[in-house]
Ligand binder design. Structure first.
Ligand code: GAP
Length: 439
């Protein structure tokens, strides 16, 4: 088993700030704890993570459709889902130092980790993790709304709409990517646990008798997705939940876990939710949420298998897994060995020098590549330094325009991991890079 590396965490967090992947939010005002802004490279990479998920879960399948449901939702949704009642953490206050803690995370339930005093805790109180706000100009009863703590309920409350309009029948799924909000008591470890984050969730509705088979299927599919995108086998595992860990809705859950520098942490949960959600929403809304097969006259409430992943958390795992340092001559080369699909830029176009004679040709090559690939264009500093800058942000290929390019209409293509260089004619460049990147 690979061992956790605590300096890796600092190195990646530092790189994220320095190279504009992730900034602490509201930094000019001293920061806003545990919220983050995704900078020019972070927004590209996060989008790539979400696109890779969407490609695999929606685009390459004919049994899944997409959805983008509202973030604001009325209390009825959360009453039916069980979140109003159950989505809480047990909190205790220390009467001595006035700090607040999650009781279930205390090493010793009698000792305050802040002041070390014993027997100073209040009785535990259930603290609901949902953010509540008001809709409309009048405060008070009837105006309460919630920021969704998961995207999943959007799929359940649209089950009927989608079943009636999409010509799908079980087994079929509804996929959604978007922001969720939880008033986490112990956010931390960079973007691993934040109060505002992005999820990528699929609710896959199946005939009840096929639920176990589909549960197994989705566990394998989801495990493979991370492997295909470059997470090494020894850094990812499936961990089935123990009975006492299961959520109120689940008859079986397995987590996909990544070996973070501090140990194993969840990237995704795959849950067999049974018919809990559709039955709850049917009960609370008074609507029939079931499948009726007109051919056979069969009627049933589908069971639901849910692979629920974190986009922001997965991005962090991909960064951690990709970070590498290697000795090249007397120099340490930092390289993000990101899968090309996830890399913020696929190509960097680099004129060998800033000389006027080279720039028009370099811009011509850039404009030729831009419709096909996300490209960076960098004309400052020595070429070696520019290669290193691109290595550090994971750009798979650098395209260098030199003085020979003006004569032979060819460029040098440098591959990130091997640093090998190949001369390619510009009229074959798009085809060559398309083949190499294999997106
Ligand atoms: N609908 C089921 C559900 O939401 P979950 O395990 O609570 O399940 C799914 O969340 C995924 O969302 C987690 O595996 C994690 O990747 C991500 N996630 C949950 N809370 C998060 C937080 N506070 N910050 C970042 N990501 C989070």
């Amino acid at each position: 088993m690979a061992s956790p590396d605590s300096t890796l965490f600092d190195k990646v967090v530092n790189l994220c700030k320095r190279r504009s992947f992730v900034f602490p939010s509201a930094e000019i005002y001293g920061g806003f704890r545990s919220t983050y802004d995704y900078g020019p490279l972070g927004v590209l990479m996060l989008r790539n993570v979400k696109d890779a998920w969407w490609r695999s879960m929606v685009q390459l399948r004919s049994d899944v459709v997409g959805l983008d449901a509202a973030i604001l939702s009325p209390p009825q949704v959360w009453e039916a889902s069980g979140h109003l009642e159950n989505f809480s953490d047990p909190l205790v206050d220390c009467t001595e130092c006035k700090t607040r803690h999650r009781e279930d995370q205390l090493e010793d339930p009698n000792i305050c980790p802040a002041c070390g005093k014993s027997g100073t805790f209040t009785e535990a109180r259930a603290f609901n993790l949902m953010f509540k706000t008001q809709a409309g100009p009048v405060e008070g009863a009837g105006a309460d709304v919630y920021l969704r703590p998961e995207t999943a309920q959007g799929m359940f409350i649209n089950f009927k709409n989608i079943l009636e309009t999409s010509r799908k029948k079980p087994p079929f799924g509804i996929a959604q990517v978007g922001k969720s909000f939880r008033n986490e008591i112990t956010p931390g470890n960079f973007v691993f646990r934040t109060r505002e984050f992005e999820q990528m969730e699929l609710e896959f509705f199946v005939p009840p008798e096929d639920a176990n088979e589909w549960y197994e299927y989705w566990m394998q599919e989801r495990h493979q997705w991370y492997l295909d995108l470059g997470i090494p086998e020894e850094q990812i595992r499936m961990r089935p939940h123990d009975e006492d860990e299961l959520s109120h809705y689940s008859s079986g859950t397995s987590d996909v876990e990544f070996l973070f520098p501090w140990g194993w942490g969840e990237l995704e949960g795959i849950a067999n939710r049974g018919d809990f959600d559709l039955l709850q929403h049917a009960k609370h809304s008074g609507q029939k949420l079931e499948y009726f097969d007109q051919g056979t006259g069969e009627r049933y409430v589908p069971h639901c298998i849910e692979p629920a992943a974190g986009a922001t958390r997965s991005m962090m795992a991909f960064l951690m897994a990709a970070y590498d340092e290697e000795q090249v001559n007397d120099d340490t080369r930092t390289v993000l060995r990101l899968h090309p699909r996830l890399a913020p830029y696929k190509i960097a176009v680099l004129p060998l020098s800033k000389k006027d004679t080279l720039l028009p040709k370099a811009e011509e090559v850039l404009h030729m590549l831009q419709p096909h690939f996300m490209c960076d264009y960098d004309i400052t500093q020595a070429i070696g330094k520019r290669y290193r800058r691109q290595d550090e942000i994971g750009t798979p290929y650098c395209v260098t325009i030199d003085f020979d390019s003006l004569e032979d209409d060819a460029v040098t293509v440098r591959e990130r991991d091997s640093m090998e260089q190949t001369r390619v004619s510009t009229n074959e460049l798009v085809g060559y890079l398309t083949e190499q990147l294999a997106l």
